[in-house]
Design a binder for this molecule. Structure first.
Ligand SMILES: Nc1ncnc2c1ncn2[C@@H]1O[C@H](COP(=O)(O)OP(=O)(O)OP(=O)(O)O)[C@@H](O)[C@H]1O
Length: 351
């Protein structure tokens, strides 16, 4: 959908982007990451013609954007920036309505859209619609910024370090929201950040840019498994094996768990296994039995704190194993029903 061909940009004899080639697929959440000054913002701004290239071309849906007027192009591309850029004298509603008004969207449809979008970014419409930017927290203002970028239903949204200034908890919530919005609306999102954890968390593909050149483009998993060179490996961090685990879900790695019914736990016989899970008649996890050569020891457990659920990551699994000093953990559904188990050996050998 967005094709960048041999793109070069120079500011005052300094080549900021050097022969960039990149294709971003339709509906993809694509992350551009790199050190400060590496040219990320400049590249983003060229996609919506806020900057013009010195050489090279950009195609959107096979159309060369040099043939499209900047103002016209920008109405079809949402743009979210770190400093948010909400107009201070306008209410939340009027800020969101800026582009719908410009494109002369039907008034009642536009107003309905404001409600829909505020709900989408999890801001209660009645509570926020008439507020002014100075009455919002940083996270709320950023969510209004996202709603505004989506107001005219653009197929592409560019996001330039949108969560850079937020505290870690708000940042994490908004990252989850962006992933959810991306899943629901299926927009093409180009997201600039210099936070590698953010890139790995939200990106379907990541391009790492350095001194105006793209060094590697890959899915987070592939990049973490096979960094192309030492710059990428350093950029990904010495804990990149753990980061890789943060992209893998328990449900994809769990295996069948052996169990006995609570009422029959006295009858457990020795096997070559060191333990067996204990469940009640409804398959709710109640504990485990440690089986040694000459003893059987039952330990009661609370599935809420001890077990994993399907949507936790393998990083969560390892962290819980370390915290609980065990090498295997049960996996339960939300009611505590045992659905499998996961072992440290499996994590180490299969990832
Ligand atoms: N309009 C401009 N005029 C002159 N130099 C510019 C202009 N815009 C950007 N630059 C320079 O181009 C280089 C790349 O800037 P850019 O903002 O694209 O980097 P970035 O990777 O987004 O950095 P950061 O992560 O710090 O935001 C920098 O050296 C910057 O000073």
């Amino acid at each position: 959908m967005i094709k960048i061909v041999d793109l070069t940009k120079t500011f005052n004899n300094h080549t900021v982007l050097n022969n960039i080639n990149l294709t971003i697929k339709k509906g993809e959440l694509f992350v551009l990451i790199g050190p400060s000054g590496s040219g990320k913002t400049t590249l983003l701004k060229m996609i919506n013609k806020m900057e013009t290239p010195d050489a090279g071309k950009i195609f959107i849906n096979n159309e060369n954007i040099s043939k499209i007027k900047g103002t016209q192009l920008r109405r079809k591309i949402g743009y979210v920036i770190q400093s948010i850029g909400l107009l201070p004298h306008m209410s939340v509603k009027d800020n969101i309505l800026i582009v719908p008004k410009l494109i002369k969207m039907d008034k009642s449809m536009a107003e309905r859209r404001v409600y829909e979008l505020l709900e989408l970014v999890e801001l209660e419409p009645e509570q926020y619609i008439n507020k002014y930017p100075h009455q919002l927290s940083g996270g709320e203002a950023q969510r209004v910024g996202i709603a505004r970028a989506l107001a005219a239903d653009p197929p592409i949204v560019l996001m330039d370090e949108p969560f850079g200034a937020l505290d870690p908890i708000t940042k994490s919530r908004l990252q989850n929201q962006i992933c959810q919005i991306h899943k629901t609306l299926k927009k093409t999102i180009v997201f600039v950040t210099h936070d590698i954890d953010e890139a790995i968390k939200i990106g379907q593909r990541i391009a790492i840019i350095k001194d105006g050149q793209i060094i590697q483009t890959d899915s987070p998993q592939d990049m973490l498994s096979k960094p192309k060179n030492s710059f990428i490996a350093t950029f990904l961090g010495s804990d990149r094996a753990l980061k890789k685990l943060s992209k893998l879900l328990v449900k994809e790695f769990k295996k069948k768990a052996d169990y006995v019914l609570q009422d029959e736990k006295e009858e457990v016989i020795q096997t070559n296994k060191k333990y067996v899970w204990v469940v009640d008649k409804k398959s709710i996890l109640k504990g485990w039995i440690y089986l040694s050569e000459n003893a059987k020891q039952f330990t009661e457990i609370d599935h809420k704190t001890f077990a994993l659920n399907d949507n936790e990551t393998l990083k969560d699994a390892v962290s819980k194993m370390v915290a609980q000093s065990v090498k295997t953990l049960p996996v339960c559904d939300k009611n505590g029903k045992l659905t499998g188990e996961i072992s440290l050996t499996d994590i180490v050998t299969k990832t």
